[in-house]
Design a protein around this ligand. Sequence first.
Ligand code: GRF
Length: 222
Amino acid sequence: MEEDIHTNSSVPRIAVLVSGRGSNLEALIHAVKTQQLRAEIALVISSKSSARALDIAKAAGIPCEIVSPAQYPSRKEEGLKIVELLQTCGAQLAVTAGYSRIFDPCVIEAFRLKIINIHPSLLPAFAGSMAPGPQKRALESGVKISGCTTHFITEDTDAGPIIAQRAVPVMNDDTVETLADRILEAEHQLLPESVQMALDGRVTVEGNKTIVTSERSVYAGS
Ligand code: GRF
């Protein structure tokens, strides 16, 4: 019998939801390959059939599904399909990386505190819009520091418990593009690290905050 090269039962399975360019997906794939992220990307779900992220997933041999809003009569049915796909692929955790859809509550209920989003600002600043909205608003507001945030998805958009943040400087001569590139570089480190922390059970949610235990103290057993 032919062996399924995607099945590696010794590591947790994750799924990634995308809609566009896919550079964060690429960072996750790289982190898996270099064993900085001990997980298997079991499935990529895209809301758009034209997403470049799908090419990246296919090139890496990752199974892909398209769940586009036009295919479903309601957001609820779109959500139920997503839940079914996540459950069928055995994902312990899902990651939204440049995913442009707001989930129906049924997805959030089925995967409560098991969906991680990456946002290109230091939340709660500049919440509630897709890239490059947050980067543009950062420039317009005159902040001297911006960055990125990973957080669990809840019913309140961009307001779920924060897992980790990374700051980058805003330069005098920044354009939206140069600032977005600098933030993106930080995102590519922060997202795989955050996913690993969550898979390690190092992220405890208390109300709308998280307590993140350092790797050292976990291994020290404290
Ligand atoms: C990233 O800036 C991410 O923070 C935001 O959308 C962008 C997606 O980029 N949610 P990519 O598709 O991962 O390249």
